[in-house]
Design a protein around this ligand. Structure first.
Ligand SMILES: *Cc1c(COP(=O)(O)O)cnc(C)c1O
Length: 368
């Protein structure tokens, strides 16, 4: 008889699990050190809005009840904010759940899924899991090569991902180029615009960075995903959303697990949308911190990829893994990105000014 491990379906047998950023308490356990800073998962250094925290506290006595499985109030609030219909919104347990839903609804074994090299690791992982074929398109200057992506579309292509801005490179696709691209993608290919860092990018590059939601009406094959994990500081609660044609939303909803977003997350997300001040403080701190990091990196004689997100990919000019380990011993957690075919880079999340400084001095120290 076969060992039971070989009973796993082929897509799963070939899979390597997603590697998350190293948690602070894991490093504490391993090295017995304290005063650790984590700049590894693009979390908001300011944390969640106070309004979100108050909403969570208010929700606690109701925890015996199932959450609203339709997420009615959060969808209403989002619809109002984004000027679209609640029927266009799908809520997810993080936006990564939306990425999984769209793949499982539209692709199966034999189908092709197109994305860029150096793009978010979840796309190939989820594609392989459903037995579909990942088609990775080589990048240009570390960013999406939209012409090459168009050329990669075949009869078998069902879903195509554009990450804007891209993680881990921080590169972004400008408005005109993206508009032309979306117009040229055949209508029977689902375009997923992953805008996890939308709020940061639109603040850093207001003239150039596009809001893909403006093209939803003209392109029913478009799905735009965003999240409360990044600028809203709610990564621990797991809530994100997708916006698309109501009939696409209806298809996603067939597969969406009931109660996929918990009641604390629903309420915290909704109230965090009311805190314009916290949002402003977060994106402003990110802009200043990005300048601080860019200046410090340049001063060390290193290069970086200009970024529209809340993180920056630093070219450390040698194997990043060794420097990552050395930085851990300094109590600084960043992200090695060799698994993104970027062995000489480290990805660093923009933190508070003192955290950025600590990263820069630690990097200086471990380099010498
Ligand atoms: C962080 C991130 C996400 C979403 O994370 P969730 O916590 O699941 O919302 C999606 N795409 C990219 C590119 C990301 O970096």
């Amino acid at each position: 008889m076969k060992p039971f491990t070989e009973l796993a379906v082929p897509g799963i047998r070939k899979l390597h699990p997603y590697q998350p950023g190293k948690p602070i308490d894991e490093l504490e356990r391993e090295l017995g050190i304290s005063n650790i800073i984590k700049l590894a998962s693009n979390e908001n250094p300011l944390g969640p809005s106070k309004k979100a925290l108050a909403a969570i506290e208010k929700e606690l006595p109701e925890l015996a009840l199932y959450p609203d499985g339709s997420g009615h109030k959060l969808k209403q609030r989002l619809a109002q904010k984004l000027s679209l219909s609640p029927a266009q919104i799908t809520l997810g347990n993080g936006s990564s759940e939306i990425l999984e839903l769209v793949l499982r609804v539209f692709a199966q074994a034999g189908d092709e899924v197109v994305f860029s090299a150096h793009a978010f690791a979840l796309y190939p992982l989820l594609t392989q899991a459903i037995g579909a074929t990942p088609v990775e398109v080589p990048a240009i200057d570390w960013g999406h090569d939209l012409d090459a992506m168009l050329a990669a579309i075949t009869d078998k292509t069902r879903v195509l991902f554009v990450t804007n801005p891209n993680n881990p490179t921080g590169t972004w696709v400008a408005r005109d180029a993206l508009k032309t691209f979306i117009e040229r993608v055949p209508e029977d290919v689902i375009i997923v615009m992953d805008e996890a860092y939308y709020e940061y990018a639109s603040y850093l590059y207001p003239d150039d960075y596009p809001d893909a939601m403006q093209w939803l009406t003209a392109h029913p094959n478009l799905l735009v995903t965003r999240t409360f994990s990044k600028v809203y500081g709610l990564a621990g609660l797991r809530v994100g959303y997708g916006v698309c044609h109501p009939q696409m939303a209806e298809l996603l909803n067939r597969l969406r697990p009931p109660f996929n977003v918990n009641s604390l997350a629903l309420s915290a997300a909704r109230h965090s949308l009311d805190d314009e001040e916290h949002l402003q403080a977060s994106v402003e701190m990110n802009r200043a911190g990005m300048q601080q990091l860019e200046a410090g990196i340049t001063q060390m004689g290193l290069d970086y990829i200009p970024s529209a997100g809340n993180f920056i990919a630093v070219d450390v000019g040698r194997e990043g893994q060794g420097l990552f380990d050395a930085l851990l011993r300094e109590g600084v957690i960043v992200r090695p990105v060799a698994n993104y075919a970027m062995p000489n880079f480290l990805r660093v999340t923009v933190g508070k000014p003192e955290e950025n400084q600590r990263f820069l001095s630690s990097l200086q120290k471990v380099l010498s």
